[in-house]
Design a protein around this ligand. Structure first.
Ligand code: ATP
Length: 387
């Protein structure tokens, strides 16, 4: 397998914004790296630059330390798995997997081809389906055939371009698990493009978040969730999305539409100006119905009495919705963020997760607890996380 190094890569199509803007990433041998971001962020362009389907405007691309900018796709020895799997409908599973070997004319004997196809199909649990045509396979099996074709080539790395986006939710979940297991078992280097944050979080060793061609943060899924570098990453990672609550700095506290919250120690030095507006970031799951919070935990957060507009019951939990008055300037900022995230306008509304047996209902008052240890503080101008 291989390491892949992206060194200040730029892709400029016309006059406007570069599609990929100075991206540097070191992908280790055997690593599973995810490129994620909303539509148009440049993730597919970046993948196509790695595989050689797109010229590099500037910067260097290295595979195992060798500069490959000017190498043809087939000289790079990378294998691409596409969204539609690109299987040949008239060929059997066996012949689909053997196809890349037959392409390199005369390089492999029939015995070698047979051995490689059978090893790959055993790894992928396709032994019983070798004589079938793609039309007679499930989506998951087709995905495995596409992987089989990549495996027999013994490529240095696998590149995936949204391979699961045509599948229904259930199959997507199964295939996600399957790809993750295969990647670990085979120790392959993989770069995987998706716009789906759940896929990114569950598959990747590391996740690179892109916005408008610029790398926002590259980190483990846990670190992205717990320590997002800026508003964009915070809003993109996690479902339902993080709440952004406007707050005025007032002495030792943040004055918010919910009530006052003591400024956490780690943010204190950075809040100099009284009256300054910041955005507090709190994930829905870091709120709870105060009734269900352990006595011992209570002091680590703040409790608010608030009115709920409605609740949603999901069986294992509920979501409660709270509306509040929003400052116009702050609302404009949040709408801009929502557009960056590919969403509609951001309503002045909080979503809080509640225990399944919580009695809080729409139209009633409820007491909620906010775990201030998990709260982030963002500068609304730069978007930087100040905590
Ligand atoms: P999606 O998820 O919608 O595929 P993406 O994040 O993969 O989006 P890219 O397809 O890489 O984004 O596109 C990045 C930017 O480059 C977009 O603004 C797109 O319009 C532009 N772009 C992509 N391909 C070309 C091209 N061949 N010529 C000109 N502009 C292009």
């Amino acid at each position: 397998m291989a390491s892949i190094t992206l060194n200040h890569l730029v892709k400029q199509y016309g006059d406007g914004f570069p599609a990929v803007n100075d991206v540097s990433i070191d992908i280790a041998d055997g690593e599973f790296l995810i490129l994620v971001g909303p539509s148009g962020c440049g993730k597919s362009t970046l993948l196509r630059m790695i595989v050689g389907l797109e010229d590099i405007t500037s910067g260097d691309l290295l595979i195992n330390g060798q500069r490959v900018n000017d190498k043809e796709p087939r000289e790079r020895n990378l294998s691409m798995v596409f969204q539609n799997y690109a299987l040949y409908p008239h060929l059997t599973v066996y012949e689909n997997i053997a196809f890349p070997l037959r392409l390199s004319k005369g390089k492999f004997s029939e015995e070698e081809i047979d051995r490689k196809v059978r090893t790959a199909s055993a790894t992928l649990d396709l032994d019983d389906h070798l004589q079938r045509k793609p039309a007679n396979l499930s989506g998951g099996q087709r995905q495995r055939v596409a992987m089989g074709r990549a495996i027999v080539r013994e490529a240095d790395a696998f590149l995936f371009d949204e391979p699961l986006s045509n599948l229904d939710a259930k199959l997507r979940g199964q295939m996600r698990a399957e790809i993750a297991q295969l990647q670990r078992r085979m120790g392959i280097t993989a770069v995987y493009v998706t716009h789906d944050q759940t896929e990114a979080m569950t598959l990747g060793d590391r996740v690179a978040v892109l916005k408008k061609g610029i790398l926002q943060q590259i980190a483990s899924p846990r670190e992205l969730y717990e320590q997002p570098a800026n508003l964009f990453v915070a809003g993109f990672i996690g479902a339902p999305s993080m709440n952004f609550i406007p707050a005025h700095v007032r002495g030792e506290v943040f004055a918010t539409p919910l009530g006052d919250i003591p400024i956490p120690a780690q943010a204190q030095g950075k809040m100099t100006q009284a009256g300054e507006i910041v955005l507090l970031g709190v994930r829905p799951e870091h709120f709870e119905d105060a009734k269900f919070v352990d006595e011992a935990k209570l002091p680590y957060g703040s409790v608010f009495e608030t009115e709920f507009t409605h609740t949603e019951w999901l069986g294992n939990q509920q979501y409660g919705y709270i509306r509040y008055q929003q400052d116009e300037a702050v609302q404009a900022k949040l709408n801009e963020l929502a557009r960056d995230l590919d969403g509609d306008e951001m309503a002045p509304q909080l979503v809080v997760s509640l225990d399944a047996s919580s009695r809080i209902r729409g139209g009633t008052q409820g007491r909620i607890w906010l775990d201030t240890r998990r709260m982030h503080v963002f500068d609304p101008e730069t978007g930087d996380n100040l905590t």
